[in-house]
Design a protein around this ligand. Sequence first.
Ligand code: MUC
Length: 94
Amino acid sequence: MLYLVRMDVNIPHDLPQEQAQEIKAREKAYSQDLQRDGRWKHIWRVAGEYANYSVFDVESNDELHGLLQALPLFPYMKISVTPLAQHPSAIAQN
Ligand SMILES: O=C(O)C[C@H]1C=CC(=O)O1
């Protein structure tokens, strides 16, 4: 199942810089592991914003929720999820 996910990041200004850098490094490693195993299919920066649009390919809502909840930046993100279905006019099956 495919999901379009938007993540808006809002790290509090009073979080120590070193701690923020450590969380971002863990986030990057976690994200890249999921990209390598194929469950995090796309990640795009929203131009001009500390936000991304991502596409996940997972088995269920529960699996997606588990992956998102484990994001190191999860406490500092607003996340919105849109389930995707096939469009009848699409020439490619995703
Ligand atoms: O920078 C972001 O958009 C937030 C987050 C998502 C993946 C990652 O490495 O950082």
